[in-house]
Ligand binder design. Structure first.
Ligand SMILES: O=CC(=O)O
Length: 339
């Protein structure tokens, strides 16, 4: 049955010449493309315009297709700016293969009547697992003690310092969206006390809400950052927040590097003004402040928190589903802006 349907699909695809298919612009290869694959039915249904494969300079390439590109498929590596959209007047949809949308000028999309979709909730479980994993790693010194054993220091220097218990910790979650909620569920199961900060108090949740992130920090043993990067949240985790978190406090960031004042965080870690950090994201990726490499109370990860083959497969279906919905005029699956 499935095979038959696939054959019928292929037959109808063959009726389209590539130049008749809706044009979807890709500025840079989004990582999900490796999963979607060149042979996928995506490239049979859409003319995928891969800017990086064109011999033309980008501007000329865009001008050449300016009137026919209807959708953009992107990820965090290629900004979708107002200037870019101005060049492409037929664009009506931006699909980002990421949860974060800080690389897209959402205000410009709104103004220009362009819908935007993101990764919805496909990353919630993996993001939450990684955040809690980083927290446990920092508290219990897992990778630091792994280094200790591998370097032969257990034999030469004796027992490694004890880590700190997770149960009973007060964990402040900054951003209680899909990932934040999953983090909260996991932490409850670990016996932690969950508190949170977000744009608005969630009426249906009983976790204590703090409108002020400094107040949240003052009442938390650890902060987990998983909110969106916006003009309001840029450098929101600043000197005052670190000082409210205090010497025993731990920070975990799986959101975006720039939500944290990174220079200040590094200073606080170097001077032991906070106890440790678990970091998946940085202000100038892939550059990571070198001072952090020397610190055993810091766990580093290369912006991989939400990615697993499983979440990529789910993302892939969502990307395709959003394109299909848009071009068949049915409701988008994970709209950020729905025009
Ligand atoms: O960081 C990953 C994402 O925003 O999807």
């Amino acid at each position: 049955m499935e095979d038959q349907e696939e054959q019928q699909d292929n037959t109808s695809d063959q009726n389209h010449k590539p130049q008749d298919l809706p044009q979807v612009l890709l500025l840079k290869p989004p990582p999900v493309l490796s999963v979607i694959g060149e042979q996928s039915f995506l490239s049979k249904k859409y003319q995928l315009l891969k800017a990086w494969e064109s011999p033309l300079p980008l501007l000329q390439f865009l001008i050449a297709h300016a009137d026919s590109i209807q959708a953009i498929l992107c990820s965090g590596s290629a900004p979708v700016t107002d200037d870019l959209l101005q060049l492409l007047p037929s664009v009506r949809l931006v699909v980002t293969a990421s949860a974060g949308t800080n690389h897209i000028d959402l205000e410009a999309c709104h103004r220009r009547g362009i819908s935007v979709t993101n990764a919805g909730n496909v990353f919630s479980d993996d993001g939450a697992d990684a955040a809690v994993g980083l927290l446990i790693d920092v508290l219990r010194k897992i990778t630091a003690s792994d280094r200790y054993v591998r370097q032969g220091l257990w034999v030469n220097k004796g027992d490694y310092p004890l880590g700190s218990k997770l149960r009973g910790k007060r964990v402040g979650i900054v951003g209680l969206g899909g990932i934040g909620l999953e983090i909260a569920k996991r932490l409850e199961a670990f016996g932690c006390n969950v508190l949170y900060n977000s744009r608005k108090k969630k009426a249906h949740l009983s976790y204590p809400f703090y409108a002020d992130v400094r107040q949240l920090a003052a009442n938390s043993d650890a902060l987990i950052i998983c909110c969106a990067l916006t003009d309001q949240t840029r450098h929101m985790i600043d000197k005052d927040v670190f000082s409210a978190l205090g010497k025993e406090g731990v920070i975990v960031n799986i959101g975006r590097g720039a939500i944290v004042d990174e220079k200040e965080m590094v200073r606080c870690l170097v001077h032991r003004e906070i106890a440790g950090a678990g970091l998946d994201v940085f202000e100038n990726e892939p550059d990571v402040p070198k001072e952090l490499f020397e610190l055993d109370n810091v766990v580093l990860s290369p912006h991989r928190a939400v990615f697993t083959p499983e979440s990529f497969m789910a993302l892939c279906e969502l990307v395709v589903g959003n394109l299909e919905a848009f071009f068949s005029n049915t409701p988008l699956l994970s709209p950020v802006i729905d025009v």
